[in-house]
Design a protein around this ligand. Structure first.
Ligand code: ACO
Length: 431
């Protein structure tokens, strides 16, 4: 736990409390209110946790004003350019970049766990044939605890490690199977001679009648998407995983809870919504109409892919994503993609509009990712499953950190009750 170097004084109702202030290695100081109720008899009120640190963590740091994102201290743009997803997984899980030997060992452990239990195929077949892949993933990942009993004891470090490797290794297989099932094609088994991203692309796009040649530029773009989404400190789905895990639930159940939370359009579902919106706008001349709607207080419409709870500057992931979108479309020889044109123009107009400037609304990671995924060949229904598979390592790293934290307690928020006070039951004939 960070050291308390100074205190904050809180006075109310004739009482004065000295609250310890904790200094982080980066970011704002934190007022420690853990003893506030015991000493002062009051709660704090912070729906949406806008001013509340729910835990201490060493994994990811975001400076929303500067537009900075660090995994274990390393800037995301350096990792996106120089590293690759499995190395980033190692970094997030174990805290340091691996040596060549550690990397080889880690990658071989992941590669050797990519197949799912054969009986899980039957589980998939229980879903309606056109089920959304996210619906299938929530169910199947939760069901992993029924298949892998030998890695559900959270008090055994070895079992925690095995569960982590299994989840990272099997998630691409599960996401690809959910996709194949939704389009009525046979499941494709993983291949150990392919890297993580290429293997995923092949499991999604190969069919028994024709193999899929993985283009290295597309697999690099895919790998980058995984890296850019790998972790993002205490966001809604990660906090969901931590909260579920705080009761001692098994890791598969916790990650399924994270997937469920990610599905919402204000979180992971935004990439699907952003591409749908760009398509709906359709042409550059219709942009002003949509900007007007986004600014209208009486219209619930929002520019999807814009704004972020933490970033009040450019989302650093959006910069890399934009560059990747250019590379992928260039490779595919798409020079007049109307969706990309709308995206670029919309970005330009919004960044110069007073409403967006005042509210510090910048493009987020989801603004460009959909264009890349669409160009690779994914339908919008696969965008959030791909986010879920990328974020799995972050969820696991955060879950493991929580389990190993001696200050960890079951998450149990309190409330500001504004309902009726105690009253007597009224018999039905008197109501
Ligand atoms: N378009 C138009 N106005 C917006 C937008 C937007 N995309 N985002 C926020 N605003 C406005 C709000 O109307 C509000 O205005 P007000 O102060 O006049 O009431 C103000 O900006 C602040 O917005 P909040 O919703 O209070 O900000 P919050 O931090 O709660 O929300 C969120 C952040 C949910 C991401 C929001 O910006 C949004 O809905 N964006 C669109 C969805 C999206 O792209 N989500 C992806 C997030 S990134 C991720 O999950 C990987």
């Amino acid at each position: 736990m960070a050291d308390a170097k100074q205190t904050a004084t809180l006075s109310f109702d004739g009482k004065t409390l000295e609250l310890p202030m904790l200094s982080p290695t980066a970011g704002p100081d934190v007022i420690d209110i853990r003893k506030l109720y015991a000493q002062g008899g009051v709660f704090t009120f912070d729906p949406g946790f806008t001013s509340t640190a729910s835990c201490q963590s060493t994994i990811t740091f975001i400076d929303g004003d500067k537009g900075e994102l660090l995994y274990r201290g390393y800037p995301i743009d350096q990792l996106a350019e120089k590293s690759h997803f499995l190395e980033v997984c190692y970094l997030l899980l174990y805290g340091e970049l691996p040596t060549a030997e550690e990397q080889e060992d880690f990658e071989s452990r992941i590669t050797n766990h990519t197949m799912v239990h054969e009986q899980m195929h039957n589980f998939f077949r229980g879903f309606r044939r056109d089920a959304h892949p996210m619906a299938t993933m929530v169910g199947v990942v939760g069901a992993m605890s029924a298949f892998y009993h030998d890695s559900t004891d959270i008090n055994d470090p070895y079992q925690r490690e095995v569960a982590s490797i299994r989840l990272i290794a099997k998630m691409p297989t599960i996401a690809a199977m959910a996709y194949k099932y939704s389009i009525g094609q046979p499941f494709v088994y993983p291949r150990n001679d392919l890297d993580y991203a290429s293997n995923f692309l092949r499991m999604c796009f190969s069919v028994p009648a024709e193999d899929y040649e993985v283009n290295p530029i597309l697999s690099r773009a895919m790998d980058r998407i995984f890296t850019l989404h790998a972790d993002h400190e205490q966001n809604a789905s990660t906090s969901t995983v931590r909260l579920a895990g705080s009761s001692g639930a098994n890791p598969f159940a916790c990650i399924a809870a994270g997937i469920a939370c990610l599905w919402g359009p204000a979180h992971g579902g935004a990439n699907e919504a952003a591409l749908n919106m760009l398509r709906e706008i359709g042409s550059v001349d219709r942009i002003p109409e949509y900007i007007k709607r986004a600014k209208d207080k009486n219209d619930p419409f929002r520019l999807m892919g814009f704004g972020h709870r933490v970033y009040k500057n450019f989302d650093p992931r959006a910069r890399v994503m934009k560059q990747s979108a250019d590379e992928v479309l260039d490779l595919l020889g798409v020079h007049d993609n109307p969706t990309l044109q709308v995206a670029k123009e919309l970005e330009k107009i919004a960044l110069n509009d007073d409403y967006f400037i005042e509210k510090k609304l910048y493009p987020n990671v989801d603004f460009y990712s959909g264009i890349i995924l669409d160009a690779i060949g994914f339908p919008t229904s696969m965008f959030t499953p791909i986010f879920a598979l990328s974020r799995t390592v972050g969820w696991i790293a955060q879950w493991k950190e929580m389990i190993g934290d001696p200050t960890q307690k079951i998450g149990r928020p309190r409330q500001l009750y504004v309902g009726k006070t105690m009253r007597d039951y009224v018999d039905v004939e008197k109501r």
